[in-house]
Design a protein around this ligand. Structure first.
Ligand SMILES: *[C@@H]1O[C@H](CO)[C@@H](O)[C@H](O)[C@H]1NC(C)=O
Ligand SMILES: *[C@@H]1O[C@H](CO)[C@@H](O)[C@H](O)[C@H]1NC(C)=O
Ligand SMILES: *[C@@H]1O[C@H](CO)[C@@H](O)[C@H](O)[C@H]1NC(C)=O
Ligand SMILES: *[C@@H]1O[C@H](CO)[C@@H](O)[C@H](O)[C@H]1NC(C)=O
Ligand SMILES: *[C@@H]1O[C@H](CO)[C@@H](O)[C@H](O)[C@H]1NC(C)=O
Length: 457
């Protein structure tokens, strides 16, 4: 008994000792919770803030910028497994992010922040001309996943080939700056890229062939630049692509056949280039496509029936492009179509009867073509589209008198009434009786002339 008692006692003692030691260990761990930055990283951050922040006393106001609670809007920090806090995100410019000081220039020191994952500067470099300079510390590989420089009118110069050293980049947005020169082919080494947006700059030269190696790309936007020559066939290798925007460039040639492989594509815009016919036969394979926007190109081919097979289409814009022939009746199978723009082409024949059944159509512009025959729409259809229906500038089109009743002016004649005798616009209800008066007036005139002839001769 005695012996077992002392055993119990010593066991209890041991247990309590264990508990005490474990609590002190926990306390020790708490003390190890990172709350400070490495001095070198902190100094780099201060230098960046000195050059960017409109708050001149930043260094004094935020001596410990990563410390939870004291942290500043434009900065995000995370604890590393090295018992320090590290800057992972810098976000300057448009609200709610802090604004940049007026004369800020691009802080290439950001590439020396070893844990930085996102750098965002918009409406930041507005007065002092500055360039995108990338110099990487050799000792670490960049963790930068997002670099977004948007709407910086003073950001000039070219995209440096050193961009390829930012191996972790997933998002590269350099939109609405004043960047010039070519797209460096080195960009194609950034194989983790998912979003590449270089739109609204002054980039020239060709779209690099190597771009096809960006197999993870979901968004490619090169619109509003001065890119020339062909769309490279390698574009068909970007199997993940959902959005492709090459509008408003100087691209020539025709759409490459390989485009048919982009079966995830939802949005394709090619407007305002110098692209010529043909449209690839395999276009119909793009079964995810919802937007096909290709106005203002010198296509000069018969309107391809292939578009009629893109069942998900919501917008189809093919205006000002010299399309000829008839509107393929298969277009009326695009049941989800809400916008169809075919104005300013050379289309002949009649409007497909099925168009009146397009239940989602909201905007239909067929103006300035050579269409003819009776418009196959009911007055309900006219009322639903209202001003968003434009059939004007088609000499041969006419409205059946029964449907025209009550339809506001849409620039189409009434069937069976000759231009010379009819008004050049369809009749409003209130105008209808005046026609009778005109006719009566005409008859009176004829009789009067006959009467005069009788008298004079
Ligand atoms: C953090 O831990 C991971 C593995 O858990 C290791 O690969 C990495 O090198 C460590 N980083 C630092 C800064 O210690
Ligand atoms: C049409 O749109 C509806 C609603 O957005 C959608 O559920 C349907 O799948 C679409 N049809 C096609 C063929 O894409
Ligand atoms: C349009 O729909 C009506 C009924 O909703 C149908 O009778 C007619 O055949 C359809 N017309 C065409 C051309 O699809
Ligand atoms: C149709 O296109 C013409 C020519 O581009 C344009 O002037 C007109 O405003 C358009 N109409 C509608 C309703 O969008
Ligand atoms: C319209 O004019 C043509 C000849 O220009 C004529 O043959 C036809 O009968 C006229 N139709 C009507 C309804 O006046």
């Amino acid at each position: 008994m005695h012996c077992s008692f002392s055993l119990t006692l010593s066991l209890l003692l041991l247990l309590s000792l264990l508990t005490i030691s474990s609590t002190t260990q926990q306390h020790g761990k708490k003390n190890l919770q990172p709350n400070s930055m490495e001095p070198s990283e902190l100094e780099t951050l201060f230098k960046i803030m000195d050059s960017m922040s409109s708050d001149q006393t930043w260094r004094v106001s935020y001596p410990n910028p990563c410390k939870p609670g004291s942290s500043w809007m434009g900065i995000e920090c995370k604890a590393g497994n090295d018992s320090h806090l590290h800057v992972t995100r810098l976000d300057f410019g448009s609200p709610p992010s802090p604004s940049c000081k007026m004369n800020s220039i691009f802080p290439s020191l950001i590439f020396h922040l070893p844990y930085l994952q996102s750098a965002i500067f918009s409406q930041c470099f507005t007065h002092t001309k500055t360039t995108l300079t990338i110099s990487l510390d050799k000792f670490f590989s960049s963790k930068l996943q997002q670099l977004s420089l948007r709407s910086n009118p003073a950001l000039i110069g070219s995209i440096p080939p050193q961009i390829s050293t930012l191996k972790s980049l997933q998002t590269l947005t350099l939109s609405q700056n004043r960047l010039t020169g070519p797209i460096p082919k080195e960009i194609c080494g950034l194989t983790s890229l998912q979003h590449l947006d270089l739109s609204y700059n002054f980039l020239s030269g060709t779209i690099p062939n190597q771009l096809g190696s960006l197999k993870n790309l979901v968004v490619l936007d090169l619109s509003y630049n001065s890119l020339t020559k062909l769309i490279p066939g390698t574009i068909g290798q970007m199997g993940m692509l959902q959005k492709l925007d090459l509008s408003s460039n100087l691209l020539t040639g025709s759409l490459p056949n390989s485009i048919q492989k982009l079966n995830s594509l939802v949005f394709m815009a090619l407007s305002n280039n110098r692209l010529k016919g043909k449209i690839p036969k395999g276009l119909a394979k793009l079964q995810s496509l919802q937007y096909f926007i290709m106005d203002d190109n010198p296509m000069f081919i018969p309107l391809p029936a292939e578009f009629g097979a893109l069942h998900r289409l919501q917008e189809l814009r093919l205006a000002n492009s010299g399309y000829s022939g008839t509107i393929p009746p298969i277009f009326s199978q695009l049941q989800n179509l809400s916008t169809l723009s075919l104005q300013n082409n050379r289309l002949v024949g009649s409007i497909p009867v099925g168009f009146g059944n397009l239940s989602h159509i909201y905007h239909l512009n067929l103006s300035r073509n050579l269409l003819g025959g009776e418009v196959p729409f009911t007055s309900t259809f006219f009322q639903r589209l209202g001003k968003n229906l434009d059939l004007s500038g088609n000499q041969g089109l006419c409205l059946s008198p029964s449907e025209a009743y009550g339809v506001k002016k849409i620039g189409v004649n009434i069937c069976g009434i000759n231009k010379t005798t009819s008004l050049s616009k369809p009749l409003k209800h209130s105008e209808a009786p005046s026609l009778g008066i005109t006719k009566l007036f005409f008859l009176v005139n004829v009789f009067f002339i006959l009467f005069l002839q009788q008298i004079l001769f």
